[in-house]
Design a protein around this ligand. Structure first.
Ligand SMILES: CC(C)(COP(=O)(O)OP(=O)(O)OC[C@H]1O[C@@H](n2cnc3c(N)ncnc32)[C@H](O)[C@@H]1OP(=O)(O)O)[C@@H](O)C(=O)NCCC(=O)NCCS
Length: 141
C-alpha cells in the first residue's frame, strides 16, 4: 500500500480529532482544535500524519523538551493496520527527534488498548520501570 508521511496542516485539526476518537486515542485536556492548530504552527516538524489517496489515515506527535524525546498520539485508522504504517511513522519521528539531539525517547503506550503495548514491544523499546505521574489542569489558571 502506498502512503505518504508529511507534516500536519492547520486545517486538519478536526480530522485528526476524529481519527483519535475512532482509534480510542484520548481524548484529553489537550484535544482541542485550537491546540492542534497551534502545534501545526509552532511545532510542525514533530507533528506528522500519514495519508493514502488524499485521506488522513495515521498520526504521530513528537515532543522535545531539550532533555528527552517523547512520542504521543500514534494512531492508525483501523482499515489500514498491520501494514507497517505505525512503524514508518515512528521511524520518521525518531529521525527528527534524534536530529534535535534526543538520546532517549519515551513513548506513551495506553493501557486501554493492548495493541499499543504490542507495537512498542515489537521495536527496540523497553518498558520503563519509572511510573509516570500525571496532573491534568482543565482550566488555564
Ligand atoms: C498501535 C497501532 C498504532 C499500530 O499501528 P499499525 O500500523 O497497525 O502497526 P504496524 O503495522 O506498523 O505494526 C508493526 C508491528 O507491531 C506489532 N503489532 C502492531 N499491532 C499489533 C496487534 N494488534 N497485535 C499484535 N502485534 C501488533 C507487530 O509486531 C507488527 O509487526 P507485524 O505486522 O509484522 O507482525 C494501531 O493499532 C492503533 O492505532 N491502535 C489504536 C491506538 C493506539 O493504541 N495507539 C498506540 C498508543 S501508543
Amino acid at each position: 500500500m502506498q502512503f505518504n508521511i508529511r507534516e500536519a496542516r492547520a486545517e486538519e485539526a478536526e480530522a485528526l480529532l476524529q481519527l483519535w476518537k475512532l482509534t480510542g486515542s484520548g481524548p484529553s485536556v489537550t484535544d482541542t482544535p485550537e491546540h492542534l492548530r497551534m502545534l501545526t504552527e509552532q511545532a510542525a516538524d514533530l507533528f506528522l500524519v500519514a495519508e493514502h489517496e488524499g485521506r488522513l489515515i495515521g498520526s504521530i506527535l513528537g515532543g522535545w523538551d531539550n532533555w528527552r524525546g517523547h512520542i504521543y498520539r500514534l494512531a492508525v485508522h483501523p482499515h489500514f493496520r498491520r501494514r507497517g504504517l505505525a512503524r514508518a511513522l515512528a521511524e520518521e519521528i525518531e529521525k527528527r527527534l534524534r536530529a534535535r539531539g534526543a538520546k532517549r525517547i519515551y513513548a506513551l503506550a495506553s493501557t486501554k488498548q493492548e495493541m499499543g503495548v504490542k507495537f512498542w514491544d515489537s521495536l527496540p523499546y523497553e518498558k520503563s520501570k519509572d511510573v509516570p505521574y500525571v496532573r491534568a489542569f482543565a482550566d488555564p489558571d
